[in-house]
Design a protein around this ligand. Structure first.
Ligand SMILES: [Zn+2]
Length: 85
């Protein structure tokens, strides 16, 4: 069992986008959608290569990709507040 913790991911505009179970340490590059504990954008069910946007300011957040057979959001690092763990 790997360790991790729930982190909050916010847009640069301050909107709380997600709560996410982050395993291990290090920079957050992608979100596995199945590990979101709160999804204020509505990623679940989006097709691959969708480009979801912040509901508050419409900034593009990244792109939905399949990683190891699982849907994930590859984050646009310029759109989110930096996360320190
Ligand atoms: Zn925003």
């Amino acid at each position: 069992m790997r360790t991790g913790k729930i982190i909050e991911i916010k847009c640069k505009c301050g909107f709380l986008l997600f709560r996410y179970f982050k395993a291990g340490k290090g920079r957050l590059i992608k979100l596995m959608i199945s590990r979101l504990s709160e999804d204020n954008v509505g990623l679940k069910g989006l097709p691959t290569f969708s480009r979801p946007a912040c509901p508050a300011c419409q900034k593009e957040l990244g792109i939905i990709m399949m990683i190891h057979g699982e849907a994930a959001l590859k984050l646009n690092q310029g759109s989110i507040v930096g996360i320190r763990i």
